[in-house]
Design a protein around this ligand. Structure first.
Ligand code: G6P
Length: 717
């Protein structure tokens, strides 16, 4: 999905070449998110000029484009602000003109990079076109840049020389939808605006001197300050516009110009950010790295501040100011500067060809990390610090609703039964988009669990807000620390899988699965009747990392299968039931998303209700035939397949007599995996499918980490 990066140096001399390299490198670290085009904006050669470079395709293509344009790389800047973007097309094709930065006019007076979607951009565009602005792209973002210019000009004409953040407030009043955006302007040299609503942004701070305090104050208008006049009306319902001004817009009036801002309306509480005050009051050299993703900041600094929705950050003169439009009761008055725990090495590929392969192989370690410090195997106890205080409330819940998308949804399906068994609370599992489409009834005594690797998935986030509005208790099961979902939920568990970069989720799945099982175990730790079952599961969890390591040894066989029997196949069926249905769905999703082969996860019990029609000697079928209480039924389903000349590959437990016997008379093959407790077997069984999807894709020459049409983090609906 789209990525934002910005770099500001203050009293730290940098050549233009260094600035370009920093911006391009920042974009490179966002590549894993999926994108189709890129761009940067930096200061030009004249005092008020800007250089914008854009290109479709990979960051490497942008590099070539910049080299072609041949800017003088040796010019130095003591202070400078540059902005950069990776775009994933939503409005307008991936074409150069649609790449960000988008500009206000041919003189590039205001340039903007933007993640998210401006839902009222058509109205804004019509209004601005009526005022004589000429649009050059199909993007929704362009109207933001033009709105900046329009409001800047009209204010100036009315004698108001607005500060950059004051101007931004007027712009934001007109925007509907979601955004994470950066703006730079020749009218505000060496300044940058960073603001967000529904799209993540963080700011890394790097300075030689230690910051005086590890927080930044939030600034807001004085209580008695009036609201600014509304400069532009974009639709009728918003911003409390009086009827007169609303009518002006309806009539498309050319007079709907900016009205003068009354004196004292921007009587803001200005303070110097305490964090950036030097001992003697002299300016301190500092660099700021603004990004939608910590992965591009961690190389430079580990000191970061996460912006919250509606925060408006203004960076200038080596200071970071955070403004909000009003003081909210109970809202925090500061934003803390935190230390990132992520190491750069963690996001590098190491000896592997692809991030996905690396992440598959990391699972013995990542699953261990999910449990580390949380399970006492000797006393059979599970302690989840982020949930502990909330357990009594959760136990009283009328029902649990698990809400997620994609792979995260499958981890919910995989653990639903054990939640129900251990907690005796009814559990429903929902795809976030469908949950929202149905406007599912949610009540105060519901507990809603949001599972997300990125913690930024738009549908999941919207569902979270929906549940919060209805007073439900919300729990996050999230990988990305500091992400929106982890911050907005009442409580939760970080799965601690480490950064996942491959678009196809692998290690996050197994860690989510374990985190959810630990959650279910915590819920039942007051139940005497469940003691034996809990001990069985806890002891089973202890062995999981080692067992995953063992399954990974199947890779050569799987690789061979992919190069022979499964090669050039059009379609693949995966059969599973009970605990293995989720594994069938997740395995099929992996194969689809990266090898582009059609594959379906089918509930084995449903086979006779339709799917059997597809079975013949040609259709490849993989069936989960590991041991649990449903084993006889699974055997029977597989017999239905072999009776129709199907020759399935069975994922079964080591030395299973039944399959050994059957393989003598029936055309089937087995892939043997270690046995664990029924509710944990899916953790083991998914590994061969992850490897299979990987090798099917690699054999086809597909760029596994960047499959077509997919993004790692889907931050739009
Ligand atoms: C995208 C990714 C999937 C992921 C899903 C949910 O579709 O490509 O791999 O499972 O989003 O993402 P989340 O970050 O919420 O787990």
């Amino acid at each position: 999905m789209c990525g934002i990066f910005g770099y500001c140096n203050y009293l730290v001399e940098r050549s233009r070449g260094e600035i370009i390299d920093t911006l391009v490198d920042g974009l490179q670290r966002l590549e894993y998110r999926g994108y189709d085009s890129t761009g940067i904006a930096i200061d030009g050669d004249e005092a008020d000029s800007t250089f914008i470079y854009k290109q479709i395709g990979k960051v490497s293509a942008l590099k070539e484009e910049i080299t072609k344009q041949n800017p003088n790389r040796d010019v130095t800047f003591v202070s400078h602000c540059g902005i950069a973007h990776t775009r994933w097309a939503t409005h307008g094709q991936p074409e150069q003109v649609n790449c960000h930065p988008q500009r206000s006019d041919p003189e590039d007076q205001f340039v903007v990079v933007h993640n998210g979607i401006i839902t009222n951009f058509r109205e804004l565009k019509t209004l601005l076109i009526n005022k004589g602005y000429k649009f050059e792209s199909d993007t929704d973002t362009e109207c933001i840049a033009k709105l900046y210019l329009h409001l800047y000009n009209t204010n100036l004409q009315n004698g108001h020389d607005l500060d950059f953040h004051e101007l931004t407030k007027l712009v934001l009043l007109e925007l509907e939808g979601s955004y994470g955006l950066l703006c730079k302007s020749c009218h505000y040299p060496n300044e940058v605006i960073a603001t967000r609503k529904g799209s993540p942004l963080l700011i890394g701070v790097k300075s030689e001197k230690k910051l005086k305090v590890d927080f930044v104050d939030v600034e807001f208008p004085e209580e008695n300050a009036g609201q600014p006049e509304i400069p532009l009306k974009s639709n009728n319902k918003s911003f409390g516009l009086g009827p007169k001004k609303a009518r002006e817009f309806e009539a498309g009036s050319q007079n709907a110009n900016l009205l003068p801002i009354a004196a004292n309306e921007f009587n803001l509480r200005h303070s110097q950010s305490r964090a950036f005050l030097s001992e003697d009051g002299s300016p301190t050299p500092v660099e700021f790295f603004v990004s939608s993703d910590a992965a591009s900041v961690v190389k430079h600094t580990k000191k970061v501040l996460f912006l919250e929705d509606d925060d408006l950050a203004h960076i200038y003169d080596g200071e970071l100011h955070i403004h909000r439009s009003r003081r909210e009761v109970g809202a925090s008055m500061t934003r803390s500067i935190q230390t990132l725990e992520m190491e750069l090495a963690q996001i590098m590929k190491g000896p592997y060809d692809h991030f996905m392969q690396k992440e598959i192989y990391e699972q013995p370690e990542s699953t261990f990390n999910t449990m580390r410090g949380r399970i006492d195997y000797e006393n059979n106890k599970v302690i989840l610090g982020g949930l502990k205080a909330w357990l009594p409330v959760i136990r009283r819940a009328r029902r649990l609703i698990m809400i997620a998308c994609g792979t995260s949804y499958h981890s919910c399906l995989a653990t639903r039964a054990i939640f129900e068994e251990l907690s005796d609370i009814p559990v429903s599992v929902e795809l976030a988009s469908d949950f929202l489409d149905r406007k599912c009834p949610v009540f105060r005594d519901d507990v809603c669990v949001f599972v997300s690797q990125s913690g930024e998935t738009a549908d999941t986030m919207l569902a979270l807000n929906y549940c919060l509005e209805r007073g439900a208790l919300t729990v996050g099961i999230v990988n990305s620390v500091g992400s929106s979902i982890s911050r907005v939920t009442h409580c939760g568990v970080h799965i601690n899988a480490g950064p996942e970069i491959g678009v196809a989720s692998t290690k996050a799945y197994t860690s989510q699965y374990i985190a959810l099982v630990m959650f279910a175990l915590s819920l039942s730790d007051d139940r005497v009747s469940k003691i034996d079952r809990r001990i069985e599961i806890i002891q089973g969890l202890k062995l999981i990392p080692g067992q995953i390591k063992q399954v990974l040894k199947l890779e050569p066989r799987i690789k061979k299968l992919c190069a022979t029997e499964l090669k050039d196949q059009k379609s693949l069926l995966l059969l599973g039931r009970g605990y293995q249905f989720a594994a069938a769905l997740e395995g099929a999703l992996k194969i689809k998303e990266i090898s582009y082969m059609h594959s379906e996860g089918v509930l084995a019990g449903e086979l006779k209700h339709g799917v059997l029609a597809l079975v013949d000697e040609n259709l490849p079928i993989i069936a989960f035939g590991t041991r649990d209480s449903l084993f006889p039924k699974v055997v029977s389903s597989i017999e239905q397949v072999t009776a129709r000349k199907g020759h399935p590959i069975i994922i079964c437990n080591e030395n299973d007599e039944v399959w050994a016997q059957k393989s003598k008379s029936i055309d089937l093959q087995t892939l043997e995996v270690p046995q664990t407790v029924d509710c944990l077997q899916g953790l083991i069984n998914i590994i061969p499918l992850q490897l299979m999807s990987y090798w099917l894709a690699v054999n086809k020459g597909i760029d596994v980490d960047f499959p077509r049409n997919l993004a790692k983090s889907v931050t739009v609906e």
